[in-house]
Design a protein around this ligand. Structure first.
Ligand code: PLP
Length: 365
């Protein structure tokens, strides 16, 4: 049963977690049943934790449909650390540039970090469209000799999502999936490296999942700090130094929920598509009042970003939402407006509550 005092969490991140996961965590913080210890005090060198890591790795591989050619790493430092760790691993100062897409706020953060490490080519930028759309295939002229292609599958701030695979199969594809990881099936075996921090779709802050195709490890330079070396992290099963046991255990519970309660990523995608369709329908029906930000073809199923006719009406709407028990609907501070984030654990009922509020608010104004 959901706690009636809990506000519905539409925040861009950290996001909602499944009710059943929160209940298991509540118990485990007091006394994790298998060990008789508080989850917060279980050793990362215990057999229990080794089994937690193993099952988490296996669940993620199973959900993505990849085999043991793909390492699953559970790292710290967030997506931001990956903005640097990837070019530190794969860019050479005297080599050809990596291809980067600039499709919104977060890819705009990744680019300057890569430029500190080596040559980068801006393959496409959405700046002149105020990041309201993504490129078509004919706008993307991929370099055949790039050490890798980097893009973001879902721009969390602008609410833009790629609904197709980018790149060419002979250039390693690297993708930041922080805000849509495990929200839908993907062709995971066609990526060299996928990364996603946990705090939007699959857990709390503190752990970042990296799914890495093993042959990529052969391209790394010899000298890297061990903490930033995917080889040492893979060899240590993410237990090179003290890992965030709580965060990793939460990811395990969420991946169990995805596999056994939801029934896999195709089912999850169906639920997520239904939630997003309901919200976009209400916005489109009120097109004289609501202005969805993203081009229709590139609309995100995770982050629905929109404006009202005036900032004053947006403030009124947020006040009504707060009064109705809905939280986190203000847009990102970089662009303002409103944003409803519909991550995996946000229920269809919660979305229906928001849809009703949107409908009624427009009628009142
Ligand atoms: C939130 C977000 C980030 C930032 O992640 P940190 O873990 O805070 O470093 C990076 N990329 C995307 C796509 C995001 O949504």
């Amino acid at each position: 049963m959901s706690n009636p005092r809990n506000r519905l969490n539409f925040s861009g991140g950290p996001g909602a977690l499944p009710e059943s996961v929160l209940q298991q965590l509540q118990t485990a913080i007091q006394c994790e049943p298998d060990t008789g210890l508080s989850l917060l005090g279980i050793s990362h060198r215990s057999d229990w934790f080794a089994a937690v890591v193993q099952e988490t790795e296996d669940n993620i591989r199973h959900l993505l449909g990849v085999d043991r050619d793909h390492h699953v790493l559970l790292l710290q430092g967030g997506a931001t650390q990956q903005f640097s760790q990837i070019p530190m691993s794969l860019l050479r100062r005297d080599g050809p540039p990596a291809d980067y897409l600039h499709t919104g706020y977060w890819s705009g953060k990744a680019l300057p970090e890569a430029r500190k490490e080596g040559p980068v080519r801006l393959l496409w930028s959405g700046a002149e469209h105020a990041f309201s759309r993504l490129p078509d295939d004919h706008e993307l002229d991929y370099a055949a000799d790039a050490p890798y292609l980097h893009y973001i599958s879902n721009e969390t701030v602008e609410g833009l999502q790629f609904h197709r695979l980018l790149g060419r199969d002979d250039v390693p594809r690297i993708c930041d999936m922080s805000s849509d990881f495990l929200s839908r099936p993907i062709a995971a075996d066609r990526y060299a490296l996928i990364y996603a921090h946990a705090q939007k779709n699959i857990g709390p802050a503190g752990v970042t999942v990296v799914v890495l195709h093993a042959p990529l490890l052969d391209r790394l330079p010899a000298e890297l700090p061990s903490f930033l070396d995917y080889r040492s992290q893979a060899a240590a099963h993410s237990n090179l130094n003290t890992p965030p046991v709580f965060a990793i255990y939460t990811v395990l519970l969420v991946t169990r929920w995805l596999r056994h309660d939801i029934g896999g990523l195709a089912k999850m995608a169906e639920i997520n598509a239904g939630k997003a369709a309901l919200l976009y329908r209400v916005l489109d029906e009120g097109a004289d009042f609501y202005r969805p930000r993203a081009a229709v073809a590139d609309r995100s199923q995770m982050n629905v970003v929109f404006n009202l006719p005036t900032p004053a009406l947006e403030r009124d709407f947020l006040a009504s939402a707060t009064a109705a028990g809905l939280s986190g609907l203000q847009g990102h501070r970089a662009i303002g407006g409103l944003r409803a984030s519909l991550y995996n654990a946000l229920t269809p009922d919660a979305v229906a509550t928001l849809a009703t509020l949107l409908h009624d608010f427009r009628r009142r104004h």
